[in-house]
Design a protein around this ligand. Structure first.
Ligand code: SF4
Length: 174
């Protein structure tokens, strides 16, 4: 292969890399994400396929939409397609807190807070000791319910599931 061919291939690769970076930056901007480096993203948005976060001891698994690294801290970001309620539902807060716990277990770095980003507003939720404890309690409750067999869902109401604290680990959620 001649030098000019190699140069041409190198040039094409450079253009492709710039296009990928440009698209990712545009997407990030259109999502209104805060500044920081994305170190994890759910597949499909930035084209990066990641394994779900998993903690074997707790039997907990989860896929945050994004994890940003900001000034050495990990910050999970959960994107919600709907309009913001007056304050985030408990189920959304617990879901975010479960990601904080998973990040803590997987990366050995405790996130100070996480973000829930609705269509029109973003809430920063502090990952306090109390919130962390609530996730442990919920995981324990879910575990003991599974041991005794989960009861069948008794309704067809998606908004009830949307607000439910068990949502992030419920196989029957709507
Ligand atoms: S998420 Fe699961 S436990 Fe919660 S209301 Fe829906 S079906 Fe019931």
């Amino acid at each position: 292969m001649s030098i000019s061919h190699l140069f041409f291939i190198g040039f094409l690769l450079l253009v492709a890399a710039i296009a990928i970076l440009y698209n990712a930056a545009r997407k990030k901007k259109s999502l209104g994400l805060p500044s920081g480096t994305i170190i994890y993203s759910d597949p499909g948005v930035l084209g990066k396929v990641e394994k779900p976060l998993y903690d074997a001891e707790l039997g907990l698994t989860g896929k945050p939409d994004y994890v940003m690294e900001r000034r050495g801290c990990l910050v999970p970001v959960e994107l919600k397609s709907g309009w913001a309620p007056e304050k985030p539902y408990d189920s959304h807060i617990l879901q975010l807190a479960s990601y904080c716990l998973l990040l803590e277990q997987n990366y050995h770095k405790r996130p100070p807070y996480g973000l829930i980003k609705y269509k029109n507003r973003t809430f920063a939720i502090r990952y306090t000791d109390e919130l962390r404890q609530s996730v442990f309690e919920l995981v324990e409750e879910i575990r003991s319910q599974k041991e005794y067999g989960e009861p069948d869902r008794s309704h067809e109401n998606p908004s009830r599931c949307e607000r439910c604290g068990f949502r992030f680990d419920c196989d029957q959620r709507l």
